[in-house]
Design a protein around this ligand. Structure first.
Ligand code: GRF
Length: 208
């Protein structure tokens, strides 16, 4: 069964694009059912419409970067109306609260441009550079109430070079994001992800 994915976005949408492309080429067993943005002018909305995917802006009705109240209900309703099996946060710049998380319990993923649990929050590529780590990377994880702290599904590692700028490192990481996010969706769609305590076990592999 192909998994129906709802993608929440706020901006550029390059991760969304990688998901759309891999669905279209049938490299992954999924289809993007709806794209919702909290920013009216997000380029991600254009990408979705170009791919003939239903895409719309829903007013987040909050100045704080949190999805809450009536707006939260509107997001949940829209996702349910489109009958999504999985919700993917792809550069969605809002904290998702308990109501949404329990509605899509273990059916919501996020991509984060660091090797979690290192460097949570924002501007993490700069934080990695400033810290002087030799390796950085990206993480796909399930969303829980612990921001950037849910069980890890996949990670990818990239080297950090001494002459890296934030932009160069971000691009190196982003390339890996575009690879592992669709892969995590495919594993979910094929029902290969099992959660025990805080760990995700991938059926048929040793997690290598
Ligand atoms: C990505 O780096 C993602 O990891 C982070 O926000 C960025 C979104 O980029 N959560 P894009 O909108 O997918 O291009």
């Amino acid at each position: 069964m192909s998994c129906r994915v709802g993608v929440l976005v706020s901006g550029r949408g390059s991760n969304l694009q990688s998901i759309i492309d891999k669905c279209e080429s049938e490299e992954i067993d999924a289809e993007v059912a709806v794209v919702i943005s909290d920013k009216e002018d997000a380029f991600a909305l254009e990408r979705a419409r170009k791919a003939e995917i239903e895409a719309y802006y829903i007013d987040p009705e909050a100045t704080r970067p949190i999805l809450i109240g009536k707006a939260e209900d509107n997001y949940i309703d829209a996702l349910k109306e489109h009958d999504v099996d999985l919700v993917c946060l792809a550069g969605f710049m809002r904290i998702v609260k308990e109501k949404t998380i329990s509605e899509f319990k273990w059916r919501m993923m996020n991509i984060h441009p660091s090797l979690l649990p290192s460097f949570k929050g924002l501007n993490v590529q700069k934080k990695a550079l400033d810290y002087g780590v030799r390796f950085a990377g990206a993480t796909v994880h399930f969303v829980t109430g612990d921001v950037d702290g849910g069980p890890i599904i996949l990670q990818a590692v990239v080297p950090v070079y001494q002459d890296d700028t934030e932009e160069v490192l971000s691009m190196r990481i982003l390339k890996e994001e575009h690879r592992i996010y669709p892969e995590a969706i495919d594993l979910f769609s094929k029902n290969k992800l099992k959660i025990k305590d805080n760990r995700v076990f991938i059926e048929g592999t040793n997690g290598e």
